[in-house]
Design a protein around this ligand. Structure first.
Ligand code: ARG
Length: 290
């Protein structure tokens, strides 16, 4: 769906991304580590795969480079590849999962990072990669409260030469920062986000309002569809189908909403962004590839 942007909206520029994903071959809900998961409800793995393949096709149609991580049996949440680390300027900070059930995923990601020629820094602090760490401008927004420890924020600051902005999440249903904040434009100087105000404590909310006075505030209904769990190339915002009000907010701000239906993966507590780890190369290397 392409809605023409009103002339007041800023011009938005697309920069195709390079991403790492993992096919939901073994996806199911076998345990509950967030309030969306209910192991007594049956899941449809074939549907999850079909919806995920649609997401891959959407990325390819936008010119993204899509790399694939081999899924492993017994790790049903591995489809949520964003949790496997944080990659900035060719350096990969690994995950150290909060819950036992997901712990083995970190090694699979670390092996992929190393094989891809990235510099790997092993985490000693509990964190779930891009679930709680969002790179924007020259900063990293860093969530805490449920999964990433405060210690991981300090570690992040040592690993990456970037300002770390701690944000405390207060709602169990928005347990990862990427369920409550959408990075729409990450370019330094033209940063834009959308977020769900009720997911943050007072200090976090004040910080977001101070930094991003033009930010889009999403509705509870749209956030509950994981509409904020987006991947944006700066112009096209890949987001949940059905979040019509959010799509209109994006269009009014010059973005092009691109809908993908990941309803089956919602049963695991994830959406578009959760399935997608961004592989950010050093600027010079990225230009050589382009
Ligand atoms: N079932 C997974 C968990 O609770 C979902 C992870 C969603 N990922 C994300 N980046 N928000 O860990």
């Amino acid at each position: 769906m392409t809605v023409p942007a009103p002339s007041a909206a800023p011009a938005r520029v697309a920069t195709p991304l390079s991403v790492l994903m993992c096919r939901p071959t073994y996806f199911t809900v076998a345990y509950a580590i967030n309030p969306w998961m209910d192991p007594s409800r049956p899941t449809d793995t074939a549907l999850a795969i079909a919806q995920w393949e649609d997401l891959v096709a959407t990325y390819r149609s936008l010119g993204f480079g899509v790399e694939l991580l081999e899924p492993l049996p017994g790790l049903p949440d591995m489809v949520f590849a964003a949790n496997g680390g944080l990659v900035v300027a060719g350096r990969a900070y690994t995950a150290s999962f909060a819950h036992e059930e997901r712990r083995p995923e970190a090694a699979a990601h670390a092996a992929w990072f190393a094989a891809a020629g990235l510099e790997v820094v092993e985490a000693t602090e509990v964190n779930e990669g891009e679930g709680d760490f969002l790179a924007i401008g020259d900063a990293i927004l860093a969530g805490t409260g449920f999964r990433a420890s405060r210690g991981s924020h300090e570690e992040l600051a040592r690993v990456f030469d970037r300002e770390i902005v701690p944000l405390t999440l207060v709602r169990e249903d928005y347990y990862h920062l990427d369920t409550a904040i959408a990075v729409l434009d990450a370019r330094p100087g033209s940063e834009q986000i959308a977020y769900l105000p009720s997911a943050f404590d007072g200090a976090g909310l004040a910080e977001l309002r101070r930094r991003y006075p033009q930010a889009i505030e999403a509705s509870e209904e749209d956030a509950a569809l994981f509409a904020l769990n987006v991947v944006s190339d700066g112009r096209h915002v890949v987001t949940a189908a059905g979040a019509t009000r959010f799509h209109a907010q994006l269009a009014a701000d010059g973005f092009v909403p691109v809908s993908v239906d990941l309803s089956e993966l919602r049963a695991g507590g994830g959406g578009v962004k959760c399935c997608t780890l961004e592989v950010r190369l050093p600027r010079a290397a990225a230009e050589a590839v382009a």
